[in-house]
Design a protein around this ligand. Structure first.
Ligand code: ADP
Length: 449
């Protein structure tokens, strides 16, 4: 081979090798670049899914309208709360902001607008913010809309206002009579009335002051239950003997109206965890109501009995009864079927709400059965001591926090029992079978033999 041929062959080979090398280099770096691009796309996709997930789980409705005023996004909550979401921003303002000033405010060019939108019994606070889209140099603006369900706060506020109005009214009524009777006594009564007349007026003033006193103590009791500041001393107690003694104490009051008031125990009554004063208050309120709202010569019967895990006391009268539609209402604060009649008996309209709150404190419930003209049956159910202990033991094993006074009393008792028996693990590590053994032993300790 001559030199020229060798040079040519070398050149061809070198070119071929270079081409192969370039090809391999391109493929290698090309696929690397592709991989990088794919990675970025994947990252953007993951971030998008993540932000959508965050928006979806928010309890806040979020909507975004772009610079062309068209809807960019709306999360699950916004769609749930508003049901219908217009595609165009101004249509949204018209639909949800014409009665609360949002629409007008947006048209006036305000950047931060809010108002309350009502749909049925729900209240929503809608806030609209004008936001720059993209980087800081960008002159395009969109709108972010936030929708918050404020039904609970609005209802609470409504209840608070009603409560203040009711309290003022209830206090004002006896105050007005006290004022007018004392004024007339001072102006002319003392000089012109005889001692019987003066005594009758002073008696009226005294009665009304007692009514105010009763109202204020009922209010204080309810407020301390509400704020969990009420003092309750839960002990294992016998509902049967308390019901019997409360009934007997009220017999003279019933006899004043020629009514027959009786107590009957229908079966064996297991012990409960109870606060004696609270249980007495529950039963007194129910029996006094039965006396008040039953005609002269009527019959009031109190029964005590037990079901599987509960004991109950029933107060039955043959008075006028309560219509179905008011059977839940009467447990609301200040509700009375006949306000004048109730006041006449010294009623505050807080008796049954107190009964319900105190029963709830015992982990119990109250039920009413009544037919108009046939009287009422109020039934207070309270869980037995054993039921509360069992529930608390299982709660402790599950790691649940016991935050009610009745449960805490049971917790203290169980803890003392286990410590005394040498078991120092707290919270206890027990099986279901252990629990049954402990409950049995605790029961035997209480009722030896
Ligand atoms: P009050 O202080 O007015 O008695 P309560 O809260 O104890 O307030 O009772 C609320 C209303 O329920 C009473 O005003 C009365 O109208 C009605 N009520 C309660 N108990 C009876 C009953 N045994 N029979 C008929 N109505 C009753």
């Amino acid at each position: 081979m001559n030199t020229a041929a060798i040079v040519l062959l070398t050149a061809i080979l070198t070119t071929a090798i270079c081409m192969v090398a370039v090809f391999i280099w391109n493929r290698y770096h090309g696929s690397k670049r592709n991989k990088r691009v794919m990675k970025v796309i994947e990252q953007v996709r993951a971030e998008r899914i993540e932000s959508q997930r965050i928006l979806a789980v928010l309890e806040l409705g979020i909507l975004a309208y772009g610079s062309d005023e068209h809807l960019l996004t709306a999360n699950r909550m916004a769609r749930f709360m508003l049901k219908e979401i217009p595609e165009v921003f101004l249509e949204f303002c018209q639909k949800y902001g014409s009665e609360n000033g949002i629409h007008a405010s947006v048209l006036l060019g305000n950047n931060n607008v809010n108002g309350i939108y009502t749909a049925g019994d729900r209240f929503y606070r809608i806030t609209i913010q004008k936001q720059r889209l993209g980087s800081s140099g960008n002159r395009r603006y969109g709108h972010i809309v936030m929708v918050l369900d404020i039904t609970a706060q609005e209802n609470e506020e409504k209840r608070r206002k009603e409560f203040v109005a009711n309290v003022s009214h209830e206090l004002k009524t006896p105050l007005t009579t006290i004022k007018s009777w004392s004024e007339s006594l001072l102006d002319w009564g003392i000089d012109e009335k005889d001692s019987t007349g003066i005594k009758a007026d002073v008696q009226r003033i005294y009665d009304d002051s007692m009514r105010m006193d009763q109202l204020v103590s009922d209010l204080l009791l309810l407020s301390s239950i509400d704020s969990r500041g009420v003092y309750v001393d839960f002990q294992p107690i016998d509902l049967d003997s308390i019901a019997r003694s409360v009934t007997e104490r009220l017999i003279p009051q019933a006899e004043d109206q020629d009514q027959k008031l009786s107590f009957t125990r229908l079966g064996k009554i297991p012990m409960i965890y109870g606060d004696r004063a609270a249980i007495e208050r529950i039963l007194t309120n129910l029996i006094v109501n039965a006396i008040k709202y039953t005609h002269d010569g009527g019959q009031i019967s109190v029964y005590a009995n037990s079901l599987i895990d509960e004991v109950y006391v029933k107060v039955a009268d043959n008075g006028k009864g309560i219509r179905q539609e008011f059977q839940e209402e009467i447990f609301k604060r200040f509700f009375r079927l006949d306000p004048t009649g109730s006041r006449q008996y010294g009623g505050t309209g807080l008796g049954l709400p107190i009964v319900r709150e105190l029963t709830n404190l015992h982990r119990g419930r109250i039920e009413l059965q009544s037919e108009i003209g046939e009287g009422c049956e109020f039934m207070v159910f309270i869980p037995t001591l054993n039921k509360v202990r069992r529930d608390i033991l299982f709660d402790l094993i599950a790691g649940n926090i016991i935050d009610d006074p009745c449960g805490q009393a049971a917790e203290r008792e169980i803890r003392t029992f286990l410590t005394r028996n040498g078991d120092i693990d707290w919270p206890p590590r027990l099986t279901g079978n252990d629990c049954e053994i402990i409950l049995k032993k605790m029961d035997e300790n209480m009722n030896p033999g």
